[in-house]
Design a protein around this ligand. Sequence first.
Ligand code: UD1
Length: 332
Amino acid sequence: MKILVTGGCGYIGSHTCVELLEGGYEIVVVDNFSNSKPEVIDKIKEITKKDFKFYEGNVCDKTLMNKIFDEENIDAVIHFAGYKAVGESVKYPLMYYRNNIDSTLTLCEVMNSHNVKKLVFSSSATVYGKPKVLPIKEDFPLSTTNPYGSTKLMIEGILKDIYISDNSWSIAILRYFNPIGAHESGLIGENPNDIPNNLMPYIMKVATGKLECLSVFGNDYDTKDGTGVRDYIHVVDLSKGHLKAIEKIKDTTGIDYYNLGTGKGYSVLEIVDNFSKVNNVKINYKIAPRRPGDIDACYADPSYAKEQLGWTAEKGIEEMCRDSYRFVMKNK
Ligand code: UD1
C-alpha cells in the first residue's frame, strides 16, 4: 500500500513516516520545510534503512499535487501539513486560514479527481474548546478559542461534507492531545528554532541552558497542585495510531473521529519534576500569571480508539521525558 504523507518532515509526520516504513508501507512525502528541515529525510532513511520518494513544495500547489498523483500510485493520504502555532495564528489569522484550509481543499480536489478517497487527518484536542467534563469523549461539544483551532474544526466540517456528498470516501479524523518525546534513536524529534510556546520544548531549552527559567503559567487552577493539567502522549505512540487508522479505513467507507491520548493527566509541576528526575537535570522555574486562553485541565477518554482501532498508548511519562532530552542533547 502506498501512502502519501503531507508534512512528512514535521514533528509528528516524520515519526509517522518511520512507523509506516517499518510497518512495510511504501510512502511518498511532500513537504515545503516551512517548519522542518531537509535533513529529516536522511534521518528517516537512516533509522529505517529504507528509501522513499520526496517532493518539495506546498500542498496548496495544485500543479504539484496533480503531478504527484499522476506519477505515484497513491492508495491513501495522511494529511499533516499545516501551520500549528496558536499565538502566531492569533496574530496572522489570514495566513492560517489561507494555508490550512487551502491546502486541504486542494488535496481533497486532487484526491477526488484521481479517485483516491482514503484520508487520515491530523486534528487536535483543541476542537473541544473548554471542556465542561473530563475525560473528553469524541461526542463532546466542539468549539475553538483561536484561529489555529478554528482551521482544524473547519477542516473537520469540510471533510464531513465531502463524505456526506460521496459515501465512497473513508476518512479518519485523529484528535491529538499533547505530543511530546522523540524517536528512541535521538535522530528525529521536536526542535523549534524560536522561543517555544509549548511546555516540553520550553523545558528542553532550559535544560540545555539556552533559556534561563521556565514560567509556569498559573498555580491557582482547579487542579491537584494548581498548575495546568494535560494529557501528554509519546509521539511514537501517537504515530502508531496513524497506522491503526490506515488499517481501519483501508477496507471500509465512512468518517469517524478518534481521541489519541493516554487518558492520564499530568500537571506542569509534575512534568518538571519527572523531567528533572529522569534526566538528572535541574529545571529553574518561576510561577507566572495565567496564559490567556489556557484551561485548567484537558485529558482524553481514549477508549473509542482502543475499541475501534485496537490502539492504546504504551509509553509512560519517564520515557517521554528521557526521549525528549536525548534528542536535544544529540542535536544541540
Ligand atoms: C497548545 C494549544 C493546542 C495545540 C497544542 C499543541 C492553546 C490554547 N492550545 O495546547 O491548540 O494543539 O498546544 O501541542 O494554546 N505551560 C507553562 N509554561 C510554558 C508553556 C506551557 O506553564 O512556557 C503550561 C500551559 O499553561 C499548559 C501546559 O503547560 O498548562 C501545556 O501547554 P502547551 O504545551 O502550550 O500545550 P496546550 O496549551 O495544552
